[in-house]
Design a binder for this molecule. Structure first.
Ligand SMILES: [Zn+2]
Length: 632
């Protein structure tokens, strides 16, 4: 009875608690974290922490706002098995009523350290970013933010952690986190700030290949640590390794400096983990389908993720927008400048895909055509300016595919790319071809390089800094140029850069091989530029483009295609009907199921199939010049 009463008092005392403000003081003492990932393939990770403390109330935080994910995506739902004790005695903990990522605990008198144990239960398969699937039977990525609690009220740079990791027997690891030693499967890392720890994930795998991208004398060294679900997936297509090895030299030729001690591409090749890329200052965690680099057909679907995440070492980590330079993982992020952070990275990343030869110029144009067409047909741009997709990143990054044409998605990536291509063309025109966006990035992201024995640091920037640096390259009304594009609700995409670089967006009646490969990988049919539909493999309407025939007739996402012109639906039948309607007076008849009810819709559409491509216009072909290899 007495104990029960005490417990009630204890719990109620935190009911209206507040989180501590962030001080600039270093956290006293070093926190140790020991992660047991020896059973990674079961998707269960254990961590033990020893946290030096002082008696009294304390707040422990689970990382919430994850850098590079631009949102509160820390997987607190998968933080399980949490136990806190002092000197062997279990302590009562209580989650904050409002902030689900905060744990309150009262440190007893005479206690100098807390022992925390926790589990991270990784979901199987897909999911969002690092909170999605992180382990298969043969590989895993350890994201330290998922394995730690940290004391509230301190900057991540000012809390020191000493980490160790136990890997599965026989697996190898790769990471940018400086290592202190290894005993069997246990790796001991040098002390680092919480910031660097979270910024330095570890890839592990039974089949792990280390591919140096710089020669032994090259400084700073760059390597790829590639884990795959099979040995066969590590046998890359001819030329791929050579193209990958061109990345550091092309990046240095572009930026003119480096800001890392050494750099690790942590690449997972697996069909059983979430697919995405996440940037870090000295590494990146990119996860793509198993056969992407070894299978002819799937190689066509390789997007620009590998150089994109590498470019982020300069644009996003070394240069970081104000609002995304958070002091710890509790402080909310502000995404307004993501059209620079991601949009410029998308432009430079795709440019490096071509400059290294990972993409042919034709493949680059196929990608650009698809991005341009998608944006040029995006109905939501009539109500939502691009800048609002940046600002609302934390809602859009988990938005469903349905209605995304009207809602808009994270368009600051691809539309940012179009804007930076146009800015590049403006610079070239204003300077008679003497300067380009390369000059901007050399001023903005370039010298001085990180010195020997220095820890990476960053320089924050604002919108004004971007405008001022562009003006330094060549005087122009950059503020107006950018604001017009960022705040526009024009139905048309900014295609001025495509046009000025010698190309125009047109539509053909044959899908190219890349579009076909993407359809196969994503399990959908894309007839969005003709009748305005994206249809999944099970015939469900994934999206319906406003102002296109299907949407005008009343067909919307979530409905299901049953029949085309009276015959049971399949993808080829739909394409054939669209093609044949071009020479017919008859409407295309679609029988559609909508929540158990059936209805026939008639589409008076006679323009045939439409797939985007770029075609030369009468201007000089500057785009091909932009994509030419630049490294000596
Ligand atoms: Zn990015």
């Amino acid at each position: 009875m007495k104990r029960f009463l005490g417990l009630l008092l204890f719990l109620s005392s935190f009911a209206f608690s507040q989180l501590p403000p962030i001080s600039q003081q270093p956290y006293p003492g070093t926190i140790t974290v020991t992660v047991d990932a020896s059973a990674a393939s079961t998707k269960l990770f254990h961590a033990k922490l020893r946290i030096p403390v002082k008696p009294g109330p304390m707040v422990l935080l689970y990382p919430k706002w994850i850098p590079g994910e631009h949102g509160p995506t820390g997987p607190v739902v998968d933080l399980t098995g949490l136990k806190i004790s002092a000197d062997g005695q279990p302590l009562q903990w209580r989650r904050d009523d409002v902030e689900m990522y905060a744990i309150h605990v009262r440190v007893p008198n005479g206690t100098s350290a807390l022992d925390v144990s926790l589990d991270y239960t990784s979901p199987a398969g897909a999911g969002i970013y690092t909170a999605g699937g992180t382990a298969s039977d043969k590989l895993a990525v350890v994201s330290w933010n998922q394995m730690v609690l940290y004391p509230g009220g301190y900057e991540a740079e000012k809390i020191t952690y000493e980490a160790s990791l136990k890997a599965p027997v026989g697996w190898k690891i790769g990471t940018a986190l400086p290592m202190a030693g290894q005993t069997g499967e246990v790796y001991q890392f040098k002390p680092s700030s919480l910031y660097t720890l979270v910024d330095s994930p570890v890839i592990m795998g039974e089949y792990l290949k280390v591919l140096p991208l710089t020669n032994p004398q090259g400084t700073p060294p760059v390597e790829m640590d590639i884990a795959a679900d099979s040995q066969a997936a590590l046998q890359f297509l001819p030329g791929v390794e050579d193209h990958l090895k061109r990345l550091p030299m092309e990046a240095v030729a572009l930026f003119g400096a480096t800001h890392y001690r050494d750099y690790h591409f942590l690449l997972s090749l697996s069909d059983h983990v979430a697919h995405f890329g996440l940037e870090h200052h000295e590494s990146n965690d990119s996860r793509i389908p198993e056969r992407t680099l070894s299978g002819e057909d799937i190689y066509k679907t390789l997007g620009g993720v590998i150089p994109h995440e590498y470019v982020h070492s300069w644009n996003g980590k070394y240069r970081r927008p104000v609002g995304l330079d958070n002091r710890n993982y509790e402080e909310p992020m502000k995404g307004e400048l993501l059209w620079v952070y991601e949009g410029l990275t998308e432009y430079l990343g795709d440019m490096l895909m071509a400059r290294t030869g990972l993409w042919s110029p034709e493949r680059y144009r196929q990608n650009l055509a698809q991005e341009a067409a998608e944006l040029d047909n995006k109905s939501g741009r009539r109500w939502r300016p691009l800048i609002d997709t940046s600002i609302s990143v934390q809602t859009l990054n988990e938005a469903p595919h349905a209605w995304s044409n009207w809602r808009r998605g994270e368009d600051y990536y691809e539309e940012g790319e179009l804007i930076w291509l146009e800015a590049d063309m403006v610079v070239r025109q204003q300077t008679n071809g003497q300067k380009s966006i390369d000059n901007f990035v050399q001023l903005f992201h370039g010298q001085p390089s990180l010195g020997a024995n220095q820890v990476p640091t960053y320089k924050a920037y604002t919108f004004d800094d971007v405008v001022n640096t562009l003006n330094q390259v060549t005087p122009y009304d950059w503020r107006k140029f950018l604001n017009e594009r960022l705040w526009s609700t024009s139905p048309r995409a900014p295609l001025g850069g495509v046009e000025a670089s010698g190309w125009r967006l047109v539509y053909t009646d044959k899908p190219d091989d890349v579009l076909r490969a993407l359809e196969a990988e994503r399990h959908y049919v894309d007839v969005s530029y003709s009748i305005g539909l994206i249809v999944s493999e099970d015939a469900t309407i994934v999206d319906s483009f406003f102002f296109k025939p299907a949407a005008e007739a009343g067909i919307t996402p979530g409905m299901k295609l049953v029949a085309v012109n009276g015959r049971k639906y399949n993808a080829d039948l739909l394409r054939t009907a669209i093609r044949e309607a071009k020479t017919s007076q008859q409407p295309i008849e679609l029988l559609v199921e909508n929540a158990d009810y059936f209805k026939t819709y008639k589409l008076n559409y006679h323009d045939g199939e439409k797939y985007p491509m770029l075609q030369r216009n009468d201007k000089p072909d500057t785009l091909t010049e932009i994509l030419r290899a630049h490294a000596k």
